[in-house]
Design a protein around this ligand. Structure first.
Ligand code: F1P
Length: 358
């Protein structure tokens, strides 16, 4: 019988996960030297509020990008699914002269995303910046300006390195707007600093999923990591058809923890400012029988004492620069769990690469 390892070697999605650092290097290098970067900086110089929009994985990317924008640029930024723009514009779009919308779509063809870009620009006269991995897309036609990442080359249905590459490019843009050259240089070095860890993480997730079986998955995060927890839960659901949820870490105590048992896999994203409160939760979840996985930049005794598996980035970078690397264990968990269940992450059930509506 074909082993999981053989199937893994044949998985296009896993290969795209494992080669993400190459896509990061190429995407940042292309963007850094592009005329579009200068044009965006010039044309958005007066913007004081930012609205990031997307669907599915691209909405969770919008959440991570909005948190990055606020922390890096000091400007107010928020994220919405495209459907909120289309159906509840009175709730979500107050007249604001200096609002900049950023509409994110790997395919550049998702109907809701393209329609939202058109509505923002044409009906609400809001400046729109598209972010996509596809050339000559309907999104590009609908937006004032568009960042097109031509180096991602993602064939899989589920988004992995397109998520991290577009996030890093948006973080790079935020750094440029702030004049934070040191931060931008940090992002450019991230790929080289993370490559070895990524391969080690892959082997460890493979072993972890082979050794254990779970009935449900919980991803817990707060602050800038919340969008990463949402995306990790989606990756596990898309690639392994498992029941997967995500919550604000401390909110999990207020009811949802009722679900925890020995077949519950709880993944905590540990933040710098929330670390003490998050570590208290780890111990509680171990107490009630959950299996605890940690994603953090630097572990401590409390973390290692209360967890079954620790993914430590060990990066000497600002916390916000660890968002892209922090999603990787969740991508790997989804892929290897799917393979173990005899599924094909390259052809996830019920899913298509793009959601097109009539
Ligand atoms: C958004 C999306 C993906 C999902 C699937 C269908 O695509 O919903 O998040 O995984 O691939 O499309 P896009 O708008 O970023 O192209």
């Amino acid at each position: 019988m074909e082993t999981t390892r053989n199937k893994a070697q044949e998985s296009a999605t896993l290969q795209e996960i494992l080669t993400q650092p190459q896509a990061w290097k190429a995407s940042l290098s292309d963007f850094k030297g592009s005329h579009m970067l200068q044009t965006i900086l010039e044309q958005t110089s007066s913007r004081t509020e930012w609205l990031f929009v997307g669907c599915g994985t691209s909405f969770y990317l919008a959440e991570a990008a909005a948190a990055s924008w606020t922390i890096l640029s000091g400007q107010r930024a928020r994220a919405l699914p495209a459907s909120e723009i289309l159906l509840f514009s009175d709730l979500n779009l107050q007249p604001h002269r200096e609002l900049q919308a950023v509409v994110i779509s790997r395919s550049g063809s998702t109907s809701e995303a393209v329609r939202a870009a058109s509505l923002l620009r044409r009906k609400h006269n809001i400046a729109t910046l598209g972010v996509t991995c596809s050339p000559n897309s309907p999104l590009e036609s609908a937006c004032d300006l568009t960042i097109q990442l031509s180096s991602v080359h993602e064939k899989s249905i589920v988004m992995t390195r397109s998520f991290t590459s577009m996030l890093l490019v948006l973080q790079y843009l935020a750094g440029c707007k702030k004049g934070a050259e040191g931060f931008c240089a940090t992002l450019e070095k991230l790929a080289g600093s993370f490559e070895a860890s990524l391969l080690s993480f892959s082997d460890r997730v493979n072993s972890f999923t082979n050794d254990r079986t779970f009935v449900d998955y919980i991803f817990l995060a707060q602050g800038p990591f919340l969008g990463i927890a949402h995306e990790a839960a989606l990756k596990v659901t898309e690639m392994s058809r498992s029941f997967s949820q995500s919550y604000h870490t401390l909110e999990f105590r207020h009811g949802p923890k009722a679900i925890v048992g020995p077949e519950t896999c709880l993944t905590f994203f540990i933040s710098e400012s929330g670390q003490n409160a998050e570590c208290e939760m780890l111990a509680e979840m171990k107490e009630i029988g959950g299996v605890v996985v940690i994603v953090c930049n630097r572990a401590n005794k409390k973390i290692t004492a209360s967890s079954d598996l620790v993914f430590e980035m060990g990066l000497d970078v600002p916390q916000i620069a660890t968002l892209a690397t922090s999603i990787v264990p969740g991508q790997l968990l989804g892929c290897y769990t799917g393979l173990k269940k005899g599924l094909n992450p390259d052809a996830p059930k019920n899913l298509s690469r793009v959601v097109l509506l009539d």
